[in-house]
Design a protein around this ligand. Structure first.
Ligand SMILES: *[C@@H]1O[C@H](CO)[C@@H](O)[C@H](O)[C@H]1NC(C)=O
Ligand SMILES: *[C@@H]1O[C@H](CO)[C@@H](O)[C@H](O)[C@H]1NC(C)=O
Ligand SMILES: *[C@@H]1O[C@H](CO)[C@@H](O)[C@H](O)[C@H]1NC(C)=O
Ligand SMILES: *[C@@H]1O[C@H](CO)[C@@H](O)[C@H](O)[C@H]1NC(C)=O
Length: 918
């Protein structure tokens, strides 16, 4: 029996904290996404909890391995105030365990406040704040952040007392025009400007037992006193962990310039590296190449010379060690050292995802000497000395975010520099102008007609990048002496895929903290196994397409395309609304839910890149349209449809909580809270409106009950969960609008309502002021997050949902796919505009599961099989090579991203709700 128990325990069949985490146990296991990393330099993760289990002030969290400190805080609450999501930080550890167990210990009320008060060990992290600066000491490095001026970091010091980085600043180069051709370069007068960071605000986290977060905000200011205003606002977040000599930077910019005057020709982060006193032959340059490779050079090389200084000397230099005393070298070298040139500058440019170039020179006025380059550079540069120490800088997704670069300058002087280029000055400038001149599309009528052919929804002045953003992740590493290149390779592997801790899918599901609409993969029947295979195919195919189609670049990385052109064997990258996808029909939701159920690393990374793209580039963060996203198109921001459905906060929710409340994502969620105000300025349906209504700020506006309301509701719910600064306002609007929907005679079937921006309530639409009941159903209402948002919201409310709201949603889920006769019997008329029935099969599944209605379950599977990607579809690709394509492809010509997303979501949710009746 004991043997059997042990066997079952190994399989995880037996419960108990030791074998398995579940929602009734007080300990939860987290493990690394993918393989356990070689090193942990400090990490933050999120953990969900079931409703009612722990009140924030009645629990203490620690790791069951009592040796490792844990910092804990709350990122989300259930309605009753119990913890929904906690976040935890662990310090750098010498060893990396495959998994960690977070132990929740109930404590007397008021003692905990959700924070670890553990005094088991003295923390090594110390934070000092004065009027002028913030200083963080991790035990391994001390970093100072000035509160004003041009430097985002004033110094990085090692525990050994060496300053290895100083005067860190952001750099920006711009030009006010781009010559159209090479010939035009002579007659176009171009003004070029240089800018650097100008700090406006520096804040530091309050609880710093394991992790300190320093947030630096400001704008880029001109360095030469030109009259260009300060612009391109930035936020740089610095994450520092106990015992770690690494610093993680999350660098975000928002474009607030003019698209035809402010062309970014270089955007970077620059650090000075003190080298005074270091012999030139002891100064080292390391640049990451491909596959963990490095360019290993010294400023003054003593290898390969006509005379040999001796093997020990040569080996030491290549390994980055202090060279033996000159007296031990062959004197034929030491007497001629002054004839060996010093290489002051190095430059690596990754101008495409397929190749990088390398070069070096002795000084700016001399020719570059080319160094053999390669395909995809690792993205790390090191400059330092064998005795003085040095600094390494790494950019995550370096080649995927091309055009990027790494420059080392003045390495032979007292102070060298490393510049990381998030946008390389060697590339053509970032051109955010529209790709066509408007083509005479000066009336709504013409624009709607053009939509009929290119599927582009153009409108003058709407193709603006004003307010879009981009976020990059950067790592800094400090060293007391030049490290081995193997060490640097290990650190760069960490920078490229920062390790992520996450709870098991079983546990997350049980807590319901990310909904009840997904279940674990299940291959117990051939029909279910077939769907699992199909989902796996879809996710792998898109990952492969990212690579095949080179969906990479400063702005593009993370996004996918919308529709395929079977004739050209090419995605329709140049055809209006068929080009970049911009979250159309929620691929973000599919990928994240697929990750939740599988826990797969490839899926996590894909989802993360998508979220980082769609949340930043496809949405506005300042200005009149703050909080709105832009419809799919050739350029991410150029379509005239600026709508809340595209910036849907639900798309960000999974990453936000799982990451332990990624602060940048939290900020993006806040931006969307203001999206309701935009309706007073911009009418989303202005081009098709026939009643002559015009928006005016503050006056009631028409609000689509699916695409508009579901996006606002998601943001309000998240703010309520987070108990953010505006949570009471958010809750009021959520309750107000849901009550309004419930009171509509036809509920969600009404299609829209009149939203009162002033007090967050919803009344019948202008087309039905007396609430007699109208029928206006759109196929789009429920495919931008509405099913996820409402089911989470109803669980959040429990028995406290506004009266009639649950019933209104159940009606919609039943009648959307009902027969014309059923619709007529209920509403007096049948629905027109019903399509996307496969997508909506998950509404039937929801109804069937909550109402225990087998007939509707069968209907769900019938609609699922006969629409969208049909049951008869073979999930295969066809190889196309030769002169038909730029390079060979394996195409799935039958697949569009709309179907990818909605087939994925319908599969996941039908299996979760009505899997047994498949
Ligand atoms: C959950 O874990 C506890 C022990 O912590 C165990 O007693 C219980 O049976 C488990 N429940 C499930 C549903 O696995
Ligand atoms: C503080 O640093 C020392 C030396 O690096 C280390 O041994 C100790 O474990 C650290 N303390 C904590 C709480 O991490
Ligand atoms: C909201 O404003 C409208 C219009 O002024 C008003 O009729 C309604 O009673 C208000 N509702 C609440 C809850 O304040
Ligand atoms: C399923 O739901 C429909 C609509 O409410 C109802 O007419 C039907 O009787 C239900 N069937 C079962 C088996 O409960």
């Amino acid at each position: 029996m004991a043997r059997v128990s042990r066997f079952l325990a190994l399989l995880g069949v037996l419960g108990g904290a030791a074998a398995q985490s579940n929602s009734s146990s007080s300990s939860v296991k987290v493990s690394w996404v993918g393989d356990s990393p070689a090193q942990n330099l400090g990490t933050t993760f999120g953990l969900p909890w079931p409703q009612g289990k722990y009140q924030p002030d009645e629990v203490d969290f620690k790791l069951s391995d009592g040796q490792i400190q844990l910092q804990s805080w709350v990122t989300g609450y259930w309605r009753d105030g119990s913890i929904k999501w906690s976040a935890h930080a662990i310090p750098k550890t010498d060893a990396v365990a495959d998994e960690y167990t977070v132990q929740a210990t109930p404590i007397a009320r008021g003692k905990g406040k959700g924070k670890s008060k553990s005094k088991r060990q003295a923390a090594n992290l110390s934070v000092k704040e004065t009027g002028n600066e913030v200083t963080v000491n991790t035990g391994k490095i001390t970093v100072s952040f000035p509160k004003k001026g041009r430097h985002i970091v004033s110094s990085i010091k090692t525990a050994g007392g060496k300053t290895v980085g100083k005067d860190g600043r952001l750099v920006l180069h711009t030009q006010n025009d781009i010559p159209g051709t090479a010939d035009d370069r002579t007659d176009t007068a171009i003004d070029r400007s240089n800018f650097e960071s100008n700090i406006e605000e520096v804040t530091v986290s309050k609880d710093n037992t394991v992790r300190a977060l320093v947030t630096v905000r400001g704008k880029h200011t001109t360095t030469e006193g030109s009259d260009h205003k300060d612009w391109l606002p930035f936020v740089v977040r610095f994450y520092l962990y106990t015992n770690s000599d690494a610093i993680r930077l999350v660098h975000s910019i928002t474009f607030d310039g003019q698209q035809d005057k402010d062309f970014i020709s270089g955007l970077g982060i620059q650090f000075q590296v003190p080298l005074k006193g270091e012999e030139l032959y002891n100064r080292h340059v390391r640049l990451a190449g491909t596959d963990g490779g490095f360019l290993n050079e010294a400023v003054k090389g003593i290898t390969g010379l006509r005379r040999d200084p001796g093997a020990a000397v040569r080996t030491a230099q290549v390994e980055g060690k202090v060279l033996p005393a000159e007296s031990t070298w062959d004197t034929r070298v030491t007497t001629r050292l002054h004839w060996i040139p010093a290489w002051n500058d190095y430059s690596l440019s990754q101008l495409s995802p397929d190749g990088f170039t390398l070069k070096k020179r002795t000084e700016p006025s001399r020719s570059w000497v080319h160094i053999p380059g390669g395909t995809r550079a690792g993205g790390l540069a090191y400059l330092g000395g064998a005795t003085q120490g040095g600094l390494a800088v790494a950019l995550r997704d370096f080649w995927k975010r091309f055009p990027t670069g790494l420059d080392i300058a003045n390495a032979g002087s007292d102070q060298g520099q490393i510049t990381l280029w998030l946008y390389s000055p060697d590339a053509s400038p970032l051109d955010l102008r529209g790709y066509h001149d408007g083509m005479g599309l000066d009336t709504y009528e013409k624009q709607l007609d053009a939509l009929e052919i290119t599927y582009e929804d153009y409108e003058e002045k709407f193709d603006t990048p004003y307010g879009i953003a981009r976020t990059n992740e950067v790592f800094l590493y400090a060293f007391d002496s030049t490290p081995s290149s193997d060490t640097l390779a290990g650190l760069n592997a960490h920078a490229q895929e920062p390790p992520v801790l996450v709870a098991k899918p079983e546990y997350i599901k049980e807590t319901k903290a990310l909904g009840s609409y997904w279940a674990l993969p299940d291959t117990s029947s051939p029909a279910k196994a077939k769907i699992e295979n199909n989902l796996d195919f879809l996710v792998k195919h898109y990952q492969k397409e990212v690579e095949t189609r080179r969906w990479y670049g400063f702005l593009d990385h993370g996004d996918v395309m919308h529709t395929y052109d079977t004739d050209r064997h090419q995605w329709r990258y140049d055809i209006g609304g068929y080009a970049w996808d911009n979250s159309e029909l929620s691929p973000d939701l599919f990928i994240w839910q697929y990750f939740l159920r599988t826990g797969r690393a490839d899926v996590y990374r894909f989802a993360e890149a998508l979220t980082r793209h769609t949340g930043e580039v496809d949405s506005y963060h300042i200005g009149d349209w703050k909080g709105l996203g832009t419809r799919h198109g050739v350029m991410h921001f150029a379509d005239s449809a600026k709508q809340a459905r595209i910036s849907q906060p639900q798309y960000r929710k999974y990453f936000f909580y799982i990451s332990g409340g990624d602060e940048r994502t939290g900020e993006l969620l806040e931006h969307t809270l203001d999206a309701d105000k935009t309706y007073g300025k911009l009418d989303p349906v202005r081009k098709v409106r026939t009643d002559g209504w015009k928006p005016s700020p503050g006056a009631p506006v028409t609000f689509g009950l699916g695409t508009d309301w579901a996006a606002m509701a998601a943001g309000w719910l998240i703010e309520w969960e987070r108990r953010g600064p505006r949570w009471e306002e958010a809750r009021k609007k959520l309750v107000g609008t849901a009550t309004g929907i419930a009171k509509l005679k036809n509920g969600f079937v009404t299609g829209s309502g009149s939203y009162l921006i002033e007090n967050g309530t919803l009344q019948p639409p202008p087309t039905d002021p007396d609430n007699k009941g109208i029928v206006a159903v759109s196929h789009l209402n429920a495919v931008f997050g509405m099913p996820e948002v409402i089911s989470e919201l109803l669980e959040y409310w429990g028995g406290d949902a506004p009266q009639g709201f649950r019933e209104a949603w159940l009606d919609y889920t039943y009648y959307y796919s009902g027969t014309a006769a059923e619709q007529t019997a209920r509403y007096g008329t049948s629905f027109s505009g019903v399509s996307l029935k496969q997508a909506h099969s998950r509404l039937s599944a929801y109804y069937a599961a909550t109402q225990h209605n087998a007939t509707v379950a069968a209907r769900a599977w019938k609609d699922y099989r006969n629409d969208g990607i049909k049951d008869t579809q073979e999930f295969t690709t066809a190889h196309v090579g030769g002169s038909a394509v730029v390079h060979p492809v394996d195409e799935a010509a039958w697949l569009s991203t709309n179907d990818f997303a909605q087939y994925g979501l319908a599969s996941i949710q039908n299996l979760a709700y009505v899997g047994d009746s498949i």
